[in-house]
Design a protein around this ligand. Structure first.
Ligand SMILES: Cc1cc2nc3c(=O)[nH]c(=O)nc-3n(C[C@H](O)[C@H](O)[C@H](O)COP(=O)(O)OP(=O)(O)OC[C@H]3O[C@@H](n4cnc5c(N)ncnc54)[C@H](O)[C@@H]3O)c2cc1C
Length: 517
């Protein structure tokens, strides 16, 4: 079989299929693997990531993938997130001794950049997410609603929106709140902060990103396949209206029993012939998926200016500062003089047209304000990497344009963070799509296998609460009457539950599955 594209989606599909006994040939247009989540070497020998990439404890499939390819040991996990506001106030998120969903309550209560009023409004919205297990009723509105609208309906203060919801979600979803489907935003809080006490832990690669994928090539080759770099696929070969192969440069053609296209959606839209788009309506909407930018700014100082591994800045253009020198240790093979910082700005629409020097000046001023030690340090060099199409935009209703991994075209399968995974554009979403494509291919071959990993199981009080629902809801005689009784019981025994929401949700078939999962 052939995989086109050596990003995380293509690599996950390729490795899974190679492990299942298929001979995998993977064609990647660039001279290195990893797609958007990669790194390269500057002319002066410096390794730079395309942009800092982080994972979270709740990214179970990415973790599984790293384990499969022997890269799990190259990710450092941190359980403390540090926030700095322009007034120099610090806030942190760190699990305390309480079980989920209260594990972050202590650090949240002491979070200096927010007032009591802000915190109360956030707590109210969190309670709503908790009570509905991440599925508030208004998320089902036709066409979706924006995260900003969802927050407004819950009376969030301006500062809570700017210094809490926006800070977390713009980084996680690469989009502004008014352009983000609330379904994704709520899901982040349910999976990352509420349902499991380790979901929020942040994993940062301790090596340049490209070094994570050495195991993919060897795994595919060890099982008789090959990974071909500098091999752009230029088109599809059609015979009698059917997919019969791929066309590469210099008239080269390759054929296989099955094809997984793991390229960005805009590339696929160009590669697919019109006839295919017409025969599978799911393939005719790719152009409707919009994209969002991320800008990375890299600073090299002549001395140490920061001790923390990373910090989040509030109320500034710069959103995150990563201390690459500390994160790499000596694994980069570079002399440990000075300090290398990497800044990340998601949904960076305002920066796209700005000259690079202007971005450097703006960010340098913010870094010097946030890190006093940087004020006297010399900036030795700096670079800016603008990714205009960093991720697909999670705008309200986008899911209806995302095709499944199994198409109606024989032998054609799709992978990519933009395919239908339920997840936003993340490394986790990309790996999920690759696993789903591999599962679909094996299913159609009559040799089904499972690769997709389950979400982190709820723990602490959430586990008890979900367990109680599962037992009650799964029982065959759950009628509306017993539902009322159940609500009464919950209202008395465990504080509030919006009874109407609960009845409405309970009547939906898929709710039963959710409770049981
Ligand atoms: C700046 C930036 C920061 C990000 N930060 C994070 C983060 O912190 N955490 C996180 O989880 N996610 C992050 N992401 C998102 C993450 O990188 C992506 O979701 C993920 O890497 C997508 O993987 P993919 O395989 O679906 O697509 P891609 O990585 O785009 O892979 C597609 C591959 O196809 C190849 N290709 C394209 N056309 C052809 C062709 N014609 N022939 C052959 N090959 C072709 C490309 O070269 C590429 O290697 C970030 C993305 C960017 C850009």
């Amino acid at each position: 079989m052939i995989v086109i594209g050596g990003g995380l989606a293509g690599l996950a599909a390729g490795v899974a299929l190679a492990e299942s006994g298929w001979r995998v040939r993977l064609f990647e247009q660039r001279p290195f693997l990893g797609g958007r989540a990669t790194s390269y070497v500057l002319p002066d020998g410096e390794h730079v990531d395309n942009c800092q990439h982080v994972t979270l404890g709740c990214c179970t499939n990415l973790e599984d993938f790293y384990r499969r390819i022997g890269a799990a040991g190259k990710i450092k996990f941190f359980d403390r997130l540090l926030f700095l506001d322009p007034q120099g106030r610090r806030g942190k998120m760190q699990a305390g001794f309480l079980p989920a969903p209260f594990h972050l309550t202590g650090s949240f209560a002491a979070f200096a950049p927010l007032s009591l009023l802000d915190k109360l409004s956030i707590a109210r919205a969190m309670l709503d997410i908790l009570q509905t297990q991440g599925n508030p009723a208004d998320l089902q509105e036709k066409g979706g609603i924006s995260m900003l609208e969802w927050l407004r309906r819950r009376g969030q203060t301006k500062r809570a929106i700017e210094r809490f919801w926006r800070v977390v979600l713009v980084s996680a979803l690469d989009e502004e709140l008014d352009r983000t489907d609330a379904r994704f935003g709520v899901d982040v809080f349910w999976k990352v902060f509420l349902s499991n006490s380790t979901g929020y832990r942040m994993g940062v690669p301790a090596v340049p990103l490209a070094n994570l994928y050495d195991g993919c090539k060897s795994e595919i080759e060890r099982r008789g396949g090959e990974v071909v770099l500098r091999a752009p696929v230029r088109g599809l070969k059609m015979e009698s209206g059917e997919l019969a192969g791929i066309r590469l440069d210099e008239g080269r053609e390759e054929t296989a029993d099955a094809y997984v296209f793991a390229v960005p959606h805009a590339v696929l839209a160009e590669l697919l012939p019109q006839s295919m788009k017409q025969s599978d309506p799911a393939l005719s909407n790719l152009e409707k998926i919009k994209v969002a930018p991320i800008t990375g700014v890299h600073f090299w100082f002549d001395r140490t200016v920061m001790k923390e591994p990373f910090v989040t800045l509030l109320d500034t253009t710069t959103q995150w500062i990563f201390n690459k020198t500390a994160l790499y240790g000596d694994s980069n093979g570079q002399a440990l003089t000075g300090q290398y910082l990497q800044l990340v700005i998601s949904a960076s629409y305002d920066l796209l047209q700005k000259p690079r020097q202007e971005i450097i000046d703006l960010c340098l001023e913010e870094v010097r304000k946030a890190l006093p030690a940087a004020r006297n340090a010399e900036l030795v060099k700096a670079t800016v990497i603008k990714e205009a199409a960093a991720t697909f935009s999670p705008e309200p209703g986008v899911d209806r344009w995302r095709p499944r991994q199994q198409t109606s075209i024989p032998r054609l399968f799709l992978a990519g963070d933009w395919t239908d995974t339920g997840w936003p554009a993340t490394m986790e979403g990309a790996v999920r799509s690759g696993y789903l494509a591999a599962e679909a291919l094996l299913r159609s071959d009559g040799t089904p296998l499972k690769f997709l990993q389950p979400d982190l199981p709820p723990d602490g009080f959430i586990a008890m609460w979900v367990g109680k629902h599962t037992a009650l809801v799964d029982s065959p005689d759950v009628s509306r009457q017993s539902t009322r009784a159940l609500i009464g019981l919950r209202k008395d025994g465990e504080k509030s539950l919006d009874s109407e929401t609960y009845v409405r949700e309970l009547r939906k078939g898929d709710r039963l599955r959710r409770f049981g999962s």
